[in-house]
Design a protein around this ligand. Sequence first.
Ligand code: MEV
Length: 395
Amino acid sequence: MNPTSPPLKNTPPKFHSHSLTERQRIIQEIIPLSEEDMQLLRSPGYIPIEKFDLFSENIIGTFHLPYSIATNFRINQKDYLIPMVSEESSVIAAASHGAKIALKSGGFISDPIDPVMIGQIQILGIPNQEDINEIMKYISAHKQSLLEYMNKQDPKLVSVGGGALDITIREIQTTKEKMLILHVMVNVKDAMGANIVNTMVERLSTHLKGKIPGRINLRIISNLATHRIAKARAEFDQTLLGGSKIVDNIIDAYEYACADPYRASTHNKGIMNGIDAVAIATGNDYRALEAGAHAYASLKGTYQPLTSFSKNEKGNLIGEIEIPLAMGIIGGMTTQHPLAQLSLKILGVKSAEELCQITAAVGLAQNLAALRALANEGIQQGHMKLHNRKFIKKS
Ligand code: MEV
């Protein structure tokens, strides 16, 4: 990590102190944004209601949330402005603050991520071991042709380097009976992947009918995306954190979360404050991310924090995050929603992998900032200051 970081390329100093219209103009100049983009920001009713009528059912209106920019983010040597959608006071300020502390040591390092998702097929009605063996034999003998079959279903995905990669089999014992679960691993490239994977497992299930014993029931993606794990880390300067006592307090807070699921739940909620806000801004499925994150946090048998903290030889805090992130830059709401498109433009991301790398760093910054406040003055002081500022402004 670089101890002498050059100044950020994109973030104007004291961005938060400008008026709303000035902030819009500043971002317009930096990105740069078109007049159409500016209309999206200036007038919440700019997108015709008819467009939303296509997204869901029984629509009678739209519901607006604040759209903000978190600053100070340098991730893998690249500077980003981060669009975030959150109604919660101090979330954006906290993320920007966490990123500012990391910046002193060069910002965040976020590892490469393979965009591989898992599709599951449930096979039941196989009480005899011979039937189980027969299914296992069939899948391993025909694996290549089954993968080819699935890939024929999505030539577009294959043409960009994605597609079904592997099929594995898990045997699970339920209270009722033994079941076999097929896991189909699919490289979904720049998509979140739910539609791609669900189509593949549905088609594969139809293809398998009559070829294997038992009955196929569910065919659906798993949101526990253990092949799409984002890992990011940063060094947080002890002086900027408020001194060595705060560093130790943050480590103690981390130890507390490791040992107590009641605390780990709130610790992880702080991480998801940042992750969900980026997910919503980019049109991604934040419920899928939540489900995956909490399942991953429980994988070791007890619910654990998704970040970890330690101290290095300089006395600085080292923070790390490890979380499944299934996020896309194409398909669904990401492509359809003009503001999601605007977010991708502001981020300047070129791949889903880059978006996941960024989002992991935001989760870490968010968590660090919350822990720093909790380990120091407490969360309410800063929180209420921003909350009151908003209230006073309104009245
Ligand atoms: C509030 O939205 C999030 C926090 O509770 C997270 C935490 O306690 O670590 C402040």
